[in-house]
Design a protein around this ligand. Structure first.
Ligand SMILES: Nc1ncnc2c1ncn2[C@@H]1O[C@H](COP(=O)(O)OP(=O)(O)OP(=O)(O)O)[C@@H](O)[C@H]1O
Ligand code: SF4
Ligand SMILES: [Mg+2]
Length: 368
């Protein structure tokens, strides 16, 4: 049986908003608002959503780089939410992060050797000679010549710098890596090299990934399951296969409709969402997506939809939930299969075929 390496329950991260001379707290940015999820050992969970929806904050809170406001984080069966001191340091060794920007995330005054060795020193691992050996070995693994270890980050290209960032994380032999947009600052030609490297390292070291990205095509390629975030909440979570074949939530459908595809089977009618993402300091009542949702109805404005799971496909939408319930009670009323919908599709997938929402492309900005 595969156990979860990471389990997150009802995690919240509220940043205080302070105003005035006395820096009085006048509100909170609800960057992460009641997120529950798990990641199995050896799995890659993709995390997608528009800018500002809380992906980075969720990743950092899971690693305890910022203290959670509420909720629980279990790593390998241990509750790490309130660990302090040495115990927290030990847990952190198992969970490392690779940042988006390889220019900003590496200290320009440190040599590559010092950067990769830093974690080993903090955790007091090995003698100086053993650490040197480990740095050389790790650089080699990420495709960098160890003889360059006494150089500084500015002497390397963007892709090479990201390899240094990966080496820094890998040197501590972690079990979970949070990859926060690890390729989005890189040239397209370099992106696939880094993705291949991450795939290789994952299988060689039996790593588990939380892969955060704006790039839905990359996430489909690399992730086993995908979680979609909107305004601090998970609104859909399913296997990559199910999510990309039959997204259930209207927001996910809009996001995926923006992916260009040369495969006519996969080409979707573009859905343009009206308006901008509301502020997480003052999220809309009821379903947070309702001001932009083409299917919104009165109930959506009053009541937040729960995240329900059907056939291993989790979604938070009143309308989809009702459609599914209707289908189950009246199986003869099922719709004709659509282009992405064959007879073997699960009921949850079939329900998606009933949901309108595809609108002809008009003026406006893409949703992601
Ligand atoms: N330290 C902080 N103090 C106050 N607000 C913060 C802080 N960090 C993040 N936020 C806010 O929390 C929300 C979520 O930010 P976050 O960086 O997690 O989003 P994101 O999904 O990673 O976005 P992007 O795709 O642009 O990286 C945003 O509204 C952001 O302004
Ligand atoms: S609950 Fe209502 S507003 Fe929210 S996504 Fe579903 S239909 Fe749209
Ligand atoms: Mg981010």
């Amino acid at each position: 049986m595969t156990h979860s390496l990471l389990m997150v329950r009802e995690l919240r991260q509220y940043f205080p908003i302070r105003r005035g001379v006395f820096r009085r707290v006048v509100g909170h940015v609800r960057a992460v608002d009641g997120v529950s999820l798990f990641i199995r050992r050896g799995e890659t969970l993709g995390l997608v959503g528009e800018s500002g929806c809380g992906k980075t904050t969720l990743g950092r809170t899971i690693l305890r780089l910022i203290e959670p406001t509420e909720g629980q984080i279990d790593f390998d069966g241990q509750d790490i939410t309130r660990l302090r001191g040495r115990a927290l340091r030990a847990a952190r060794r198992d969970m490392q992060i690779v940042f988006q920007d390889p220019y900003a995330s590496l200290n320009p005054r440190m040599t590559v050797r010092a950067i990769v060795e830093e974690g080993l020193k903090i955790h007091r691992l090995g003698t100086a000679a053993q650490r040197l050996e480990k740095v050389a070995q790790t650089l080699d693994e990420v495709g960098l010549d160890p003889s360059y270890m006494d150089r500084y980050p500015h002497e390397f290209s963007g892709g090479q710098r990201q390899r240094i960032g990966i080496a820094r994380a890998l040197a501590l032999a972690p079990r979970l890596l949070v990859l926060d947009e690890p390729i989005s600052a890189l040239d397209v030609s370099i992106q696939s090299q880094i993705i291949n490297l991450l795939t290789e390292l994952k299988s060689r070291h039996s790593l588990t990934y939380l892969f955060i990205s704006h790039d839905l095509s990359v996430v489909e390629y690399i992730a086993d399951r995908v979680a979609v975030m909107y305004l601090g909440e998970i609104i859909e979570l399913a296997t990559s296969e199910a999510l990309y074949r039959n997204p259930l939530h209207p927001y996910t459908r809009a996001l995926l409709s923006a992916i260009p595809s040369i495969d006519p089977q996969r080409r979707r009618q573009r859905i343009i969402l009206p308006g901008d993402v509301p502020s997480p300091a003052n999220p809309p009542p009821g379903c947070r997506f309702h001001p932009r949702c083409p299917l919104a109805e009165d109930l959506c404005r009053r009541q937040a939809p729960p995240l329900v799971t059907i056939d291993d496909h989790a979604f938070a939408c009143h309308v989809v939930q009702r459609e599914l319930a209707q289908q189950r009670t009246a199986p003869d009323q099922r719709p004709q299969p659509g282009p992405h919908d064959d007879d073997s599709a699960a009921p949850a997938a079939k329900a998606a075929g009933r949901i309108p929402g595809a609108q002809p492309e008009e003026r406006g900005s893409p949703p992601a």
